[in-house]
Design a protein around this ligand. Sequence first.
Ligand SMILES: Cc1cc2nc3c(=O)[nH]c(=O)nc-3n(C[C@H](O)[C@H](O)[C@H](O)COP(=O)(O)OP(=O)(O)OC[C@H]3O[C@@H](n4cnc5c(N)ncnc54)[C@H](O)[C@@H]3O)c2cc1C
Length: 425
Amino acid sequence: MTRKQLDTDIVIAGGGLAGATLALALTRAIPALRITVVEAFPLTPDASADTYQPSYDARSTALAWGSRLMFEELDLWGALARHATPIRHIHVSDRGRFGATRLAASDHDQDALGYVVDNRWLGLCLMSALVACPQVTWRAPAQVRGVTNNVRGVAVQVASGEHVTELQAQCVVIADGGRSGLREQLGFRVDSSSYGQHALIANVSTSCDHGFTAYERFTDAGPMALLPHGSGDRAGHDSALVWTLTDDALERILAVTDEERCQQLQQRFGWRLGRFTRIGQCHHYPLTLTTVNEVVRPGIALIGNAAHTLHPVAGQGFNLALRGIMALVEQLQQAQVRGEHLGSLQILRHYQENHRRDCQSTVRFSDSLIQIFGLDIPAMKLARDAGLVGLDLLPGAKRWFARSAMGLGGRRPRFGAVTQEVMDD
Ligand SMILES: Cc1cc2nc3c(=O)[nH]c(=O)nc-3n(C[C@H](O)[C@H](O)[C@H](O)COP(=O)(O)OP(=O)(O)OC[C@H]3O[C@@H](n4cnc5c(N)ncnc54)[C@H](O)[C@@H]3O)c2cc1C
C-alpha cells in the first residue's frame, strides 16, 4: 500500500462532538495524517469563537476533571475555559430521605471536580481549532452510506445529495451517534434497551446562589441533575437542568406554562436552591442504554455514542467517549510510528481492549444508579440511605466515588510521550 493510492488516511463518519474531537486529537498526535470528516449537517462558516454569546437556552455538558486534562493535551482547554463553569461541590441525595453524600474539589486539592460547558461553545472551539489544521478536509453536508473492505483498507461511500463518491482510506471511524444505522449495516451487534423515560433539558434560574454545586437528586419519579451554569451578573443563580420523566409525565410538563413548570420542578427538587424563578427553552431526548460488545472490525472502529449511549443523569457519556478517543489515538500513533497499516485489526483490537474495562465499569456505574434509585421498595430505600450515609462517612468509598465523578477512575491514555517509547522498543 502506498499513500499515493489513497484519497485520505482516515475517514471519520460524523463530525459531532466525538468525531470533531477525534479529528483534532489525530492532528495533534500524528501531524502527517490526512483526515476526512464526513458530516450530515452543513457547516456554519460564520460560526466564530469571537462572536459567541452565551445563551440562556443553550444545552450544556458536564466535563469531568479528567476531560479537562485531555483537552489540555489537545491544547483546547485555554479556549474552552473562557466559558466553563467550575463544579466545586457535588451533592447526591434521595428526595424525602435522610441519606446524602457530598464531594468537594478542595478535598482532592483541585480547583474543580469538573466543568459545565455549553455544547455550542464546545463545538465552536473544536471548529475554530480544526479550521487551522490543513490536514483535515470536511465533506458537509454529506453522509457515509456504506463501507467495504479491500486490500488497501476501506472504500467509503459518501453521498452528497444525489452525488455518490468513494473515498479510499486506511480506516474509517464511525462517529455517527448510532442513529444512522451504519454500525448495524456493517454487522456490529448492538444491544439496546429503552429506559422508558425521556431527559428534559433546560436552563433554570433560582433565588439562591448555587455556590458552584452540582446536585444529583433521585426522586420516586426518576433522577434529576442541576449543574451550575453560566457567567455574568446572574451566574450564581443559573443552573442547567436534566430532568428524567416518563413519556406521560413529559407530555404533561410540555403542555403547561413556564410558571407551572417551575412549580412542578420545585415540588420535585425541593428548596435547596430557593425558588425556581425562570425556566428556559426545553429540549427532550428518549433515553436508552446501548452497548456494542465488539467495537472494531478490520479497518473500522466505533467511538462516542455509536459505541455506547448512556443515561445522561450522571453526565458520563461524552467523558467516556473522550477516553475512548484518546485510547484509539494512542494505538494509531504507535502504529504510525512503527509504519503499520492503521486499519490493522490487531491495532484496533488494542484500542478495544484498553477501553473495554473503562467502558464496562462506566456503563455499570451509571446504569446501576438508575436501577437502584428507581426501585420503590421500602427495604431498598433504607439501603440507599445507608449507602449514601456510608459513602459520606467512609473515606475510601468517598474517594472512589469522587474519582469516578472526576473521570479519573480508569487508565488515562496519553500520547506525545508515546513516540519516543515506541521507537525505543
Ligand atoms: C440530555 C443529555 C445530556 C447529556 N449530558 C452529558 C453530560 O453532562 N456529560 C457527558 O459527558 N455527556 C453527556 N451526554 C452525552 C453526550 O451528549 C454524548 O455522549 C455526545 O453527544 C455523543 O457525541 P457523538 O459525536 O458520539 O454523537 P452525536 O452528537 O449524535 O453526533 C453524531 C454526528 O454524526 C452525524 N451523522 C449521523 N449519521 C451520519 C452519517 N451517516 N454520515 C455522516 N454523518 C452522520 C450527525 O449529524 C452528528 O453530527 C448527554 C446526553 C444527553 C442526551
